[in-house]
Design a protein around this ligand. Structure first.
Ligand code: ATP
Ligand code: MG
Length: 420
């Protein structure tokens, strides 16, 4: 062990566990990649004001959870706590919304940082895969994203998750509701901070996790009773499209989510095997965000799924992903001459696309074969001086133990044929 440890609230991904992470990222992004979403990658840090404005001044993320820094040049930056604001910023900066047809559909995968109290499923460095569809107001787009996330989770074998769905209304109907809710909240017995929140962003009080608060919210007015005709029709169409796709969901009239920028469709994926960190992903429509960060009006919708919690959900359901061994062939040289010949064969096999590894270092046959076993390879190629003198190598089937001599110049083709 070295003097140093991974910082509090973080952990390293190392083999073999890290392979699960790669597979989960791959599974979540696969439906997006096949549905017209292009890959976007943005910096790990941004101007702090992008998040202050984009995520919202009164949110926990901005007030408590952001890692901020001032550079030697005097710039105020923040490690990115979420992806949407950055992706929208990047799309606007590149004028993607002017370049072709709308929506601009993008997906991303990366590290995010929040200064939180570390616990199971809640870390200071975590991993998300996300999708954003920018510049179109179309209920089919909201439905598409929900269906693709559902498909991603199902492709991993997950079953015990639920989709919670709500509409937050728009700039016509939300203010009316906001006022009604505020009047209601002012009459409750709330602590000072919560009362302040009720003045700045009363909807977020609905998201309060404390039971003492939730108990008082039982009779709170619900947004669904205040939705304007347009929002109601929009929401009904989203619901109908998801239902027609065979995706089950639950209406959750209190679902608001922690970010300020959401309008209309909001949803969350929750998993019942995860205890209090039950949200595995979430998203929604953010029609006003572009204007909030200085862009034109671009109604958009997106989601982000947490990779860490998705991995925990797999564990909770006892699902082991079928991850094939990374190595197909493992070469074991016995002696110096064999090292040269086999190393050459390894390079040729690799060029031919066969996943091949080599037993490095001077060691005895037993230790070499142990490495071969550990690699998970289907075949081992073993050769000593006598084999080389006869112009052959031994091809060993690691499953059956059966060993056959193969001529050196036929090895590549033989291996490829037997792996096929
Ligand atoms: P929570 O209510 O649990 O704090 P959130 O609403 O802050 O979640 P989002 O901002 O919607 O989460 O992020 C989307 C997903 O990213 C979450 O559903 C979760 O899976 C994951 N996530 C968010 N924060 C963390 C974290 N600190 N550690 C691990 N995963 C996280
Ligand atoms: Mg949070």
């Amino acid at each position: 062990m070295s003097t140093f440890k991974a910082p509090k609230g973080t952990f390293d991904l190392i083999p073999p566990f890290s392979a699960t992470y790669l597979a989960v990222r791959d599974a979540i992004s696969a439906p997006l990649r096949k549905s017209g979403y292009g890959y976007v990658e943005t910096p790990g840090f941004e101007d702090v004001n992008l998040f202050a404005r984009g995520v919202g001044e009164s949110t926990d993320i901005v007030t408590k959870e952001m890692y901020t820094l001032t550079t030697k040049g005097g710039s105020h930056l923040a490690l990115r706590p979420e992806g949407t604001a950055s992706v929208l910023r990047a799309a606007l900066e590149a004028n993607m919304h002017k370049a072709g047809g709308l929506p601009v559909k993008l997906w991303y995968s990366g590290s995010y940082y929040r200064y939180e109290r570390p616990q199971k499923g809640r870390y200071r460095h975590f991993s998300q895969v996300g999708a954003e569809a920018i510049g179109a107001e179309d209920p089919a787009l909201d439905a598409e994203l929900i269906i693709l996330a559902d498909q991603a989770y199902r492709s991993l074998g997950l079953r015990e998750f639920r989709i919670l769905l709500n509409s937050l209304g728009d700039k016509e109907c939300r203010p009316v509701y906001r006022e009604a809710l505020q009047t209601f909240l002012r009459g409750l017995d709330l602590d000072e901070e919560t009362l302040r929140r009720a003045e700045i962003n009363p909807l977020r009080v609905l998201d309060d996790k404390r039971e003492s608060v939730q108990k008082q919210l039982v009779g709170a007015p619900l947004l669904k009773d205040y939705l304007c005709e347009e929002c109601k029709a929009y929401h009904e169409e989203v619901r109908a499209l998801i239902t027609a796709a065979g995706v089950a969901f639950e209406d959750d009239p209190k679902l608001v989510r922690g970010l300020d920028y959401y309008t209309r469709t909001t949803f969350e994926f929750v998993h019942d095997g995860l205890g209090s960190q039950s949200a595995v992903g979430g998203g929604g429509r953010y029609d006003g965000l572009s204007e909030m960060i200085g862009g034109p009006a671009l109604p958009s919708v997106g989601w982000a799924l947490g990779v860490d919690r998705t991995v925990l959900a797999l564990e909770a359901e006892g699902i082991e992903l079928d991850i094939p061994a990374a190595t197909s062939v493992f070469a074991v040289p016995l002696g110096d001459e064999a090292r040269k010949v086999l190393f050459g064969l390894v390079t040729r096999l690799r060029k031919e696309g066969v996943a091949t590894d080599f037993s490095f270092g001077a060691k005895g046959l037993k230790a070499h074969m142990k490495s071969a076993n550990r690699s998970g390879a289907r075949f081992a190629i073993v050769a000593g001086e006598r084999d080389l003198a006869e112009g052959v190598v031994q091809l060993k089937d690691m499953e059956s133990g059966e060993q056959t001599a193969v001529a050196l110049d036929e090895l590549v083709e033989t291996v490829k044929a037997r792996l096929a």
